[in-house]
Design a protein around this ligand. Structure first.
Ligand code: IVH
Length: 686
C-alpha cells in the first residue's frame, strides 16, 4: 500500500493530496505506535503537541467519514497506562481527563460556553498550574491512606499503594480531630522535581542506561517500578488538586483545596480565583514566564468552574467535564535551517538519523543537532535539505524538529533535495534492514561493521560490565585500527609487546592495560552475562538470569518456557536469549572467553543458615525492604525452597503488599499461613 505522508504542519496540508482512507489508516497505525512508545516504553518519539495534532486530524477525518468508524481506532479510547505487574483496581468514580486547548481563542470559547450554560449567572474560575506528571487517586478511610491507584484507562488503574507510600508529601495518616469525612478520595499528580530528575539521569548516564526523556516519563517509570525501595530513592513528589467524596462540606473547589491543605495535603499555593476572562489571561501570562523558575515541570494551566453546584449543572461529556479545561503552554520553539542529515550506527546496529542545523538559541542553550528518530518521522515531516525547520524543546531535553516553517506550495520545486533515509550502512556499506513492526533500520552486518564491533567491545569493558578501566573508547579505537582486536575475547590474548609496538616508552602503560584486563577475570558471572551484550539483557535481567540458571551452560540449555518463568523476563527477552545462543559465532566467542578464564558460573552462595531447611515458600505481593529476587536468594541461602504456586505442601507464603485476591483465597482454603516480610526477616535473623 502506498501511504500518503502528510506533514504535521497545517500549512503543509494545502499542497498535500491526501487520500482520506489511507490517511486515516496511517494515522491510526502511527497513533497506536506512539501510544505504545509513550505509555508502555516511556520513550516518546514525538511531542505531546504533535500527538494531539495527529489525534485531532484523525478525529476530524473520522467525523467526515462515518463509514470508516472502527471501535478500535485510537480516537475511541483514552490511552491506558495499565501495566501487568500490578493488581488492577476499579476506580470508585471514573477518572476523566481534560480537554486540551492551545489558544486564547479556545479559552475564550470555554469561558463563553460556561457563561451561556449558566444562563448569565455570575461564576468564578479557579486557575491552577497543570502539573506535568501522572495522575493518581488516593483513597482515605478514617484518616488513613488505604489505596493509591494510577489512572489507567480512567475506569481501571493499577494499585500502586506500596510505591506511593514512599512519597514523603503524601500523608499516610491524617491528624485526628479535623473535619474530614470517614471516606474520601483525593486526586493529584505524582511528579519528579527537576533536581531529582537531573540526578537520576546523571546516574543513568554513568551506568550507560538509557536516559528518561523528561521528568514525566521518569516519574511514571518510577511509580511503576516493582521495588518500592527504589521508588523511595528517586524522590518523587505529589501535588493534590481534586477532592471528592460524599461527606464533604465545602461548596467550592477552592475551599475544598484549602481544606485539604489544612488536613496535611500538599496543595500548591499557586491556585487563584479569576472573576473575568482578563483575570484568566493575566494568570496565563504570568505563569507562562514564571514557570521556568518552578522546581518542577508544568505544561499548562487548568481552569475549573469554582462553584460545585455550577459544576454539577454543567456536567460531563463522554470523556471530559464541561466545567474544566486545560490550556497548554506553547513549547519553546525556534526556527533554523536544516543543513544536512547524517546517520549514526550504534552498538546494536540501529541507525539513527541526526539533523544538523544552523546553531540557534532555544530555551537557554544553543541547539545544533536534533534526533530524527526514524524514517517514518522524516517522511511525516516532509523534510528537505535547506528547509527552515521549527525546533522545539518542550519538557524534553533533546530538541526535536516538529515541522517545516512556512513553505508555500509555489516554491515546492525550489526546495532542496528531500531527505531520504539511507539504504546502506554509512560505516560498512551493508544493506540496511527494517524488521517487521519496528520503526528503526538496522545494519545487519554485526560481525564486520566497525561501530558495532567497537561499540560491543566498549560495552564489554564498561564499568558495570567487566570494568576494564585501563582501556577506554579511544584505546579500543586504536587497537581496532591496528588490527589487534576484532572482538572482546581478543583482549585476553593481547601482550605487552603488541601494545607497545616499537615505542619502548609505552611499556608501563601497556603493562597497566594488561593488568586491568587480567583483573576482569574476577568479575562475577552476572556481570559477564551483562557484558555479552545480548539484546534486551540489561544489568538487572543479567543478574536475574545468573541467579536463576547459575551458569552459562544452564542458560544455554534453557527453553523458552524456562526463560519466561524467570521474574522480569518476557517473551522479547526470552527470544533474544535463544537467538543469541542459536548463533554459532556467539558460541565460539563465549567459548574463547571461557578459555581465557572469564567466569561462566555464578559462585555458589554458601548456606548462611538452615533456618528454612525443608520449607517450601511462595512469594507473593510487593515488598518494601527487599526485591522479590533478593527474597528468593535469601530463602535459598537459608536452606529453603522458593516455589511458584500455592499447594498443600507450601509451608508459608511470604506475603507483601497487594497480594492478589485469588492467591489469598487459595491460601486460606488450604490453610497455608502468611508471613509478613518483617516476620520472615526475623525468622532468618534469629
Ligand atoms: S483536574 C476532572 N487539575 O492533567 C478533572 N488535572 O488531562 C480532573 N493535571 O489527567 C483533572 N494538573 O493528570 C487537574 N491542576 C490540575 C492538574 C491536572 C495536572 C493532569 C491530570 C489530568 C490531566 C488533564
Amino acid at each position: 500500500m502506498q501511504l500518503c505522508f502528510n506533514s504535521l504542519n497545517h500549512t503543509m496540508n494545502l499542497f498535500a493530496t491526501p487520500n482520506d482512507t489511507e490517511r486515516i489508516l496511517f494515522l491510526r497505525k502511527e497513533l497506536n505506535r506512539h501510544n505504545y512508545n509513550y505509555y508502555v516504553l516511556n520513550a516518546p518519539e514525538i511531542s505531546d503537541r504533535q500527538f494531539d495534532d495527529m489525534m485531532h486530524e484523525l478525529q476530524e477525518l473520522e467525523e467526515r467519514h462515518p463509514e470508516m468508524s472502527d471501535p478500535n481506532s485510537p480516537t475511541q479510547r483514552v490511552g491506558s497506562d495499565r501495566s501487568n505487574d500490578f493488581e488492577p483496581v476499579t476506580h470508585k468514580r471514573p477518572m476523566l481527563s481534560l480537554g486540551n486547548t492551545y489558544s486564547r481563542g479556545d479559552v475564550q470559547a470555554f469561558y463563553e460556553r460556561v457563561a451561556e450554560s449558566l444562563g448569565g449567572e455570575p461564576f468564578d474560575i479557579c486557575c491552577e498550574l497543570k502539573f506535568d506528571g501522572l495522575s493518581i487517586s488516593l483513597l482515605y478511610e478514617h484518616g488513613r491512606l488505604v489505596r493509591a491507584a494510577t489512572r489507567g484507562d480512567g475506569v481501571q488503574g493499577d494499585d500502586v499503594t506500596a510505591n506511593v507510600r514512599t512519597i514523603r508529601t503524601v500523608p499516610l495518616v491524617l491528624p485526628e480531630g479535623l473535619d474530614y469525612p470517614e471516606e474520601f478520595e483525593i486526586r493529584g499528580e505524582v511528579l519528579m522535581p527537576w533536581k531529582s530528575f537531573e540526578r537520576l539521569n546523571a546516574e543513568r548516564e554513568r551506568r550507560e542506561e538509557p536516559l528518561f526523556a523528561n521528568p514525566r516519563n521518569a516519574a511514571s517509570g518510577t511509580l511503576k517500578s516493582k521495588k518500592s525501595a527504589a521508588v523511595a530513592q528517586r524522590r518523587l513528589d505529589a501535588y493534590l488538586y481534586y477532592l471528592l467524596g460524599d461527606g464533604l462540606t465545602a461548596q467550592t473547589h477552592y475551599e475544598r483545596m484549602q481544606q485539604a491543605a489544612r488536613w496535611g495535603f500538599n496543595v500548591s499555593p499557586t491556585a487563584k480565583l479569576a472573576h473575568s476572562l482578563q483575570d484568566i489571561y493575566d494568570y496565563i501570562d504570568y505563569w507562562d514566564e514564571a514557570r521556568h523558575s518552578l522546581p518542577f515541570a508544568t505544561d499548562g494551566i487548568v481552569l475549573k468552574v469554582n462553584d460545585l453546584r455550577q459544576q454539577q449543572r454543567l456536567g460531563y461529556t463522554a470523556k471530559n467535564p464541561r466545567w474544566a479545561i486545560a490550556y497548554k503552554f506553547q513549547a519553546e520553539q525556534a526556527v533554523t535551517r536544516l543543513l544536512d542529515v547524517t546517520f549514526q550506527v550504534g552498538r546494536t546496529g540501529a541507525v539513527t538519523p541526526v539533523a544538523n542545523m544552523e546553531p540557534v538559541l532555544l530555551a537557554g542553550t544553543t541547539v545544533r543537532r536534533a534526533s530524527l528518530h526514524n524514517e517514518d518521522i522524516i517522511r511525516q515531516l516532509d523534510l528537505h535539505i535547506g528547509d527552515m525547520v521549527r525546533v522545539e524543546k518542550a519538557g524534553e531535553i533533546i530538541p526535536q524538529i516538529v515541522g517545516v516553517a512556512d513553505v508555500a506550495p509555489a516554491n515546492a520545486a525550489e526546495r532542496g533535495a528531500a531527505v531520504q533515509f539511507i539504504k546502506t550502512c554509512p560505516e560498512c556499506g551493508a544493506t540496511l534492514v527494517r524488521y517487521e513492526g519496528e520503526a528503526a533500520h538496522y545494519c545487519p552486518n554485526d560481525t564486520a561493521c566497525p561501530p558495532q564491533i567497537k561499540g560491543r567491545i566498549e560495552h564489554f569493558i564498561s564499568r558495570e560490565a567487566m570494568n576494564i578501566d585501563s582501556v577506554g573508547p579511544e584505546t579500543v579505537d586504536d587497537y581496532y585500527e591496528r588490527g589487534l582486536i576484532r572482538d572482546a575475547a581478543d583482549l585476553y590474548r593481547l601482550t605487552v609487546e603488541q601494545l607497545m609496538g616499537n615505542d619502548g616508552t609505552r611499556r608501563r602503560s601497556a603493562e597497566k592495560v594488561i593488568a586491568g584486563i587480567r583483573r576482569s577475570l574476577d568479575v562475577p558471572f552476572e556481570r559477564v552475562l551483562f557484558a555479552l551484550g545480548i539484546r534486551f539483557v540489561g544489568k538487572v535481567v543479567a543478574k536475574t538470569l545468573a541467579r536463576r540458571f547459575g551458569s552459562l551452560d544452564a542458560l544455554r540449555a534453557a527453553s523458552l518456557d524456562d526463560l519466561m518463568q524467570t521474574e522480569g523476563v518476557g517473551q522479547a527477552i526470552a527470544e533474544s536469549v535463544l537467538r543469541y545462543f542459536a548463533d554459532e559465532r556467539n558460541l565460539a566467542f563465549v567459548a574463547r572467553l571461557a578459555e581465557a578464564g572469564v567466569r561462566m558460573e555464578a559462585e555458589q552462595a554458601a548456606l548462611q543458615s538452615t533456618a528454612l531447611a525443608g520449607m517450601s515458600i511462595v512469594i507473593s505481593g510487593t515488598f518494601a525492604r527487599h526485591s522479590r529476587e533478593e527474597y528468593k536468594a535469601l530463602i535459598e541461602a537459608h536452606g529453603g525452597k522458593n516455589v511458584g504456586s500455592i499447594s498443600k505442601k507450601t509451608t508459608f507464603i511470604l506475603a507483601g503488599e497487594n497480594m492478589g485476591p485469588s492467591k489469598l483465597e487459595k491460601a486460606s482454603k488450604l490453610g497455608v499461613p502468611l508471613k509478613t516480610e518483617d516476620e520472615f526477616l526475623q525468622m532468618i535473623e534469629g
